[in-house]
Design a protein around this ligand. Structure first.
Ligand SMILES: [Zn+2]
Length: 429
């Protein structure tokens, strides 16, 4: 058995208390063996002066969209997608997606993220990039039927299912899949009715965008006479393993429906603010018992994949949305970004205790903006940055040591992504 000792640090425990402790990891099984006054291990990772936290879990992103970071900003969702994003995405190649995804994974590793959920195109490329990264992921092909004839639309849905079936359990189980129809407005009702039962049969969860903007809610109410999540439930969506991104515009009945069914919501505060989509009722969702996770969405609408930024945004926006400074407090946000997201994705990560997945990050506390240390949970949400992460470990493997990514050549990854992004934009214009 090969073991790694994360030594000399303080540790954020599952009850969010902080204790001076060492953490012993089994690298073969990828699990935490012991936490406390432990010794041993054939390798050691120095956490001295640091805080060991569960690896952050980015529960909604489009990781290859790093190529479009800063390409088009300052527009509402509809215009932004139609005028800028979709025309460029139509030119994307498999190689572009590989380069963009790899860049995004490097960015995540450098900011303490150990697991992600990704919806995009050319997903076998994302599978390869995630496999190489050592991270954990739930992946799916984002099927879209609007603007396609019936044959092409059905092929889109079949492609999504085929991907989910083929790659579930890849990379020794680090990769799981989901069926990912893009949203309630970009996939037609007939296709949901035909393919949702097939996804159930395949045994994969369903992930989609829902209730992101009022422009997305109103047409469903007009056409079907019910709120979007009622429409979704009528089509067989919102089982307990399913999870939706955004959930910004929800009425009380929809919050209750999510709670009854235990379907998850992935909150994406930065994207919601940047696209002026609105303020998700996060405290209401939590109070109702809805599972809530946290995600960055794609880099084009954020514009980074740093979950520390996202935690701060979640706390700030949650207070504004509730008109209450005590809403969405620091403890709640840390839970959301760790165990909350992990549970939604079906990973036994997000907690540092024996038998959990060995996914963690070590935060360097030796910095002016983290001094003094009254409350380290507060620091994680309100003061720390992704660049404070010293080491990142997933599945028991050290993926970044002393800020050096061990699984990719960072410089090469950045150069390749820059070249690809430049060529992509030139092809589009
Ligand atoms: Zn999204």
């Amino acid at each position: 058995m090969s073991e790694l000792l994360v030594s000399g640090g303080q540790v954020l425990l599952p009850d969010l208390s902080v204790e001076r402790a060492d953490v012993l990891l089994d690298r073969d099984r990828g699990e935490i063996v012991d936490v406390g006054d432990v010794s041993g291990g054939d390798d050691e990772l120095d956490a001295g002066g640091g805080l060991v936290i569960p690896g952050l879990v980015n529960a909604h992103t489009h990781v290859a969209m790093t190529l479009l970071r800063g390409y088009a900003d300052d527009k509402p969702l509809d215009a932004w997608l139609q005028e800028d994003i979709w025309p460029v995405e139509a030119e994307l190649t498999a190689e572009d997606v590989r380069a963009g995804a790899t860049l995004g994974l490097v960015e995540m590793l450098k900011s303490g993220t150990t697991a992600l959920n990704d919806m995009y195109f050319f997903m076998p490329e994302v599978v390869d990039a995630v496999e190489e990264s050592g991270m954990r992921a739930r992946l799916g092909y984002g099927s879209i039927t609007v603007g396609r004839d019936d044959d092409a639309a059905r092929e889109e849905m079949r492609d999504g299912l085929a991907f989910a079936r083929e790659y579930d359990g890849a990379a020794d189980g680090r990769i799981r899949t989901a069926f990912m129809p893009h949203s309630l407005t970009t996939v037609g009702e007939a296709y949901y009715r035909e393919f949702v039962p097939e996804a159930r049969e395949a045994g994969v969860p369903i992930h989609l965008h829902a209730n992101e903007t009022t422009d997305e809610v109103d047409p469903i109410v007009d056409e079907h006479g019910v709120r979007p999540l009622k429409y979704a439930a009528d089509m067989g969506l919102l089982e307990s393993e399913d999870y939706l991104a955004h959930g910004v515009h929800l009425d009380d009945g929809e919050v209750d429906l999510l709670a009854e069914r235990s379907a998850g919501v992935v909150h994406c505060p930065a994207s919601n603010m940047k696209l002026a989509s609105g303020m998700a009722p996060v405290q209401d969702l939590l109070d109702a018992g809805v599972p809530v996770g946290l995600g960055t969405d794609g880099a084009a609408s954020n514009n980074d994949l740093d979950m520390f930024d996202e935690m701060r945004d979640a706390a700030m926006l949650g207070k504004l949305a509730a008109d209450d400074a005590s809403a969405v407090d620091a403890e709640t946000v840390v839970e959301m970004a760790t165990r909350g997201s992990a549970e939604i994705l079906g990973f036994d990560s997000g907690r540092i205790e024996p038998d959990a997945n060995a996914d963690l990050a070590v935060i360097d506390l030796d910095a002016p903006h983290l001094t003094p240390a009254h409350d380290l949970v507060s620091h994680l949400v309100y003061a720390a940055r992704g660049s404070d992460v010293r080491h990142t470990v997933a599945d028991g493997q050290v993926l970044m040591r002393n800020r050096e990514v061990t699984v990719f050549d960072e410089q090469g990854v950045r150069e390749r992504a820059s070249e690809r992004a430049q060529a992509l934009v030139e092809r589009t214009e």
